[in-house]
Design a protein around this ligand. Structure first.
Ligand SMILES: C[S@@+](CC[C@H](N)C(=O)[O-])C[C@H]1O[C@@H](n2cnc3c(N)ncnc32)[C@H](O)[C@@H]1O
Length: 214
């Protein structure tokens, strides 16, 4: 591949995995626009009730935080977890009043080591994030740890075959078969439903995971 194209694709892939700097601002806005329907689908599938405690892990530009805040209402709490300091700073300035009121807690952390107590949330979403996580088993175990019995976790991923046709995914994305992600979620005790939604340019899988036996 042309070295300039290679450089652009690898920069884009790096930004998607950890948006930062000036370029990160544009990437955050692009994520919010491009992924809004998929994130909204995940929020819907999570069946977040008014007054609930919810989390968006790897919230990027923050569209999921905004949708979750609307769903939980004045009596609920949203936890936003990110590894990117710039995305945390963006959310802090975008949601000043919600943070001030204690309705939104913004936390530095990783899917593989969530800064949340056991059974802390009724619902959690994590959308377009697992491509950047080598230890999927640890991430799934953490999701199982933080959701309460009877709660729901929704893991949103692009269809791997369609994702593989996007040139930037060759630069470090882990495009696992959907069955592998479902298998890891089942292994840590979730019952999983795979809902496929039309999403452009890549169809999306919303893996709706409920702790088994609840
Ligand atoms: C492609 S963006 C998706 C953002 C948003 N969820 C969406 O769908 O628009 C991936 C986000 O996950 C974050 N991320 C990457 N690895 C992570 C990890 N191990 N734990 C938490 N967040 C992570 C990145 O910083 C980035 O903001």
């Amino acid at each position: 591949m042309n070295p300039i194209v290679t450089r652009v694709m690898s920069t884009l892939a790096g930004q998607l995995g950890n948006p930062h700097g000036l370029l990160g601002k544009g990437v955050a806005a692009m994520l919010d626009r491009g992924n809004r329907a998929m994130v909204a689908g995940a929020v819907e599938a999570a069946e977040v009730a008014p007054g609930a405690a919810a989390a968006d892990i790897g919230f990027g530009g923050g569209v999921g935080l905004s949708l979750l805040l609307d769903r939980v209402g004045a009596g609920g709490t949203v936890h936003g977890v990110e590894i990117s300091p710039d995305m945390l700073a963006r959310a802090r300035s975008r949601f000043v009043s919600e943070v001030g009121a204690g309705r939104l807690r913004l936390l530095t952390g990783s899917l593989t080591e969530l800064p949340l107590a056991d059974a802390a949330v009724d619902a959690a979403i994590t959308v377009n994030t697992v491509y950047f996580v080598p230890e999927l088993d640890r991430a799934c175990a953490e999701l199982a740890r933080v959701v309460r019995p009877g709660g729901r976790v929704v893991v949103g991923i692009g269809d791997p075959a369609a994702m593989a046709r996007m040139p930037f995914t060759a630069y470090g994305f882990r495009l696992r078969p959907v069955a592998d992600v479902i298998g890891e979620l089942e292994r840590v005790g979730f019952a999983v439903e795979d809902r496929v939604i039309e999403h452009r340019p890549v169809p999306a899988h919303l893996l709706v995971a409920r702790p088994s036996g609840s």
